[in-house]
Design a protein around this ligand. Structure first.
Ligand code: FAE
Length: 536
């Protein structure tokens, strides 16, 4: 598509490639899921883990290696069976029933293009991405065996060591950087892009433009490691393997190159023979059992989200690994409803959004960002020390030239929210307010106002609504709600209830200064090592 493109042609192109204009039909319906052998009603297990994201997968692997039988209970699907198109996951251009968790319409993070809404109707299904709406914020999360690793960008960033004391003040930084961050990076399969290939490939034109603009304004530009298989991506670009990152596969799952937890920690955990997994099973209650241990109530779901069975099992130990939101919601409910009344007063507190805010910039016509964009980000602009912002140069994989630069910034937003149980409504609520994003916007502007002024460019106003610059309504990085050394002891134990633990992003008090999953994984490695050594 040339630079002399008319606005009319541009819109038509966007409609067909984003595949999201009104009137288009999503794939008709799901294929029948493969049978699984889920946890039976009345079972007694040594360890039950609630949720199969980073925290849950680390706990499962290390406990199994220590000789403990583990049952992993996951509310989302197994994601191991292809649909009628031969693919397990759909891509961002053609979201279908597999895309969203129990919605009848997509809720794309970037939900407008050229000022037009791009969301579309889909069949209600237990899809892989949940856009969970609270009063002041939409929190995106992965649903399925592998948790957030199924939907995320795979950016695997270890925070700068000088920032660590502010991230987890009660944790020994020396141990983390000498032992647990390296262990996490190895377990996750983290790698970096070949710099020579980066310089020449079409699919990172957008990142090179991002680098040029950052450097011309004097900002440090950094390559960011990722769990994507970089050799596979090079083969995608060469046309020798099925395209995945280069076919817009990210937000609704990735069919090939990304090393999700299913390919790393969970594969190793299953190989021990000691780990059983129950997908489409949602934990609703945990309470002390009369004969010792804990009684766990679990709802089995079908793919429409309907409850098909309610089971009661007993576990000697329970690990909460349902993610920051899932674990916090469960714990505030269990405390308030009397199932676990002695949980301490810190439960639900200290929740943050990792300062996430999005924006786009409109480039000049001589700065195209490329019609082919790898869906996997590989670089960022580090202005944390000076301006409180780390901005990832993000793809906009529409399949057409947009002349847009798109960024997800992680900022040092000081606001923290709290989960509380609303007994009348029967649900957990979060006190976050949209206006609390203002510090994030100001910090992101420390980068992009300067770049715009240097380049003579402006912000895009057509990506998040009609004339709206900032994507300030969402987060991809929920953190906190059961903060380490406050709601739990310094290793995640819920001390009022021996045998109950938190081991996921809920432990981290709201911000990691970079993308969070390496820190979540490293902290889980640290805590489970201590728990195995002293509690089992
Ligand atoms: P998580 O991975 O969310 O796993 C929790 C699991 O528990 C989920 O599978 C739930 O379905 C399940 N669950 C919840 N409640 C229940 C229940 N009651 N019963 C049974 N199961 C339940 O938790 N981070 C990065 O570091 N780099 C990135 O590039 C990046 N990109 C992202 C892009 C997107 C679109 C999103 C949504 C997130 C991204 N993240 C990224 C964030 C990252 O995925 C997230 O911090 C981790 O997945 C959180 O890990 P947890 O173990 O805390």
């Amino acid at each position: 598509m040339g630079h002399d493109i008319s606005r009319r042609g541009f819109i038509a192109g966007a409609g067909s490639v984003i595949g999201a204009v009104a009137g288009q039909h999503a794939l008709a319906g799901p294929a029948t899921a493969a049978p699984t052998a889920p946890i039976p009603d009345g079972a007694r297990v040594p360890v039950l883990i609630v949720g199969s994201g980073y925290g849950g997968s680390v706990a499962a692997l290390r406990l199994a290696q220590a000789g403990v039988d583990v049952h992993l209970v996951e509310m989302g699907m197994a994601w191991d069976t292809p649909g009628s198109d031969g693919k397990i996951f759909c891509n961002t251009r053609e979201p279908d029933y597999r895309s969203y968790w129990l919605r009848t319409r997509t809720k794309a993070p970037l939900n407008y293009f050229l000022g037009f809404p791009i969301d579309r109707d889909i069949p209600r299904h237990t899809g892989v991405l949940d856009a969970e709406e609270f009063a002041g914020i939409t929190v995106y999360q992965g649903r399925g065996v592998g948790g957030g690793s199924l939907v995320n960008g795979g950016m695997a960033v270890t925070p700068r060591r000088e920032n660590f004391p502010a991230i987890l003040p009660s944790v020994n930084a020396g141990e983390m950087y000498d032992v647990y961050y390296p262990r996490a990076n190895a377990g996750l399969g983290v790698g970096t892009i070949d710099p020579a290939w980066f310089e020449g490939t079409d699919c990172y034109q957008y990142a090179r433009v991002g680098r040029k603009h950052a450097q011309r304004s004097g900002f440090p530009f950094v390559f960011v490691p990722d769990v994507y298989d970089w050799d596979y991506m090079e083969q995608e670009a060469a046309g020798t393997v099925t395209k995945s990152a280069l076919a817009g596969e990210i937000l609704y799952g990735n069919n090939h190159g990304k090393k999700s937890l299913q390919k790393t920690y969970l594969a190793r955990a299953k190989a021990t023979g000691r780990v059983a997994v129950s997908p489409l099973h949602r934990v609703t209650t945990v309470a002390p059992a009369s004969g010792g241990g804990y009684r766990v109530v679990i709802e089995q779901l079908d793919t429409t989200g309907a409850v098909t069975a309610t089971k009661s099992v007993t576990a000697d130990r329970v690990f909460f690994a349902a993610g920051s939101v899932g674990t916090s919601k469960l714990l505030v409910k269990l405390k308030a409803t009397g199932a676990l009344p002695n949980l301490n007063g810190e439960i639900g507190k200290g929740w943050g959004d990792n300062g996430n805010v999005m924006c786009g910039r409109a480039n000049h016509l001589w700065d195209p960002t490329g019609s082919l964009q790898s869906a996997i980000p590989c670089c960022g602009i580090d202005n944390w020390a000076a301006g409180g912002a780390f901005a990832e140069v993000a793809p906009l994989p529409t399949g057409i030239e947009t002349f847009a630069s798109f960024y997800l910034s992680i900022t040092n937003n000081p606001n923290r929210a709290q989960f509380t149980w609303n007994a009348a409504a029967g649900k957990a609520e979060l006190s976050w307010q949209t206006a609390w994003k203002q510090p994030s916007i100001d910090m992101a502007k420390s980068i992009f106002d300067k770049i715009n002024s240097k380049e003579g460019t402006i912000y895009r106003t057509d990506l998040f609504g009609v004339y709206k610059v900032w994507g300030d309504h969402l987060t991809y990085h929920p953190l906190g709600g059961a903060v380490l050394n406050k709601a739990t002891d310094n290793y995640g134990r819920l001390t009022a209830y021996p045998g109950l633990y938190v081991i996921d992003g809920a432990l981290i008090p709201g911000n990691t200064s970079v993308n969070p999953f390496v820190t979540i994984t490293a902290l889980a490695e640290r805590n489970i090592e201590k728990i195995i050594a002293t509690d089992l």
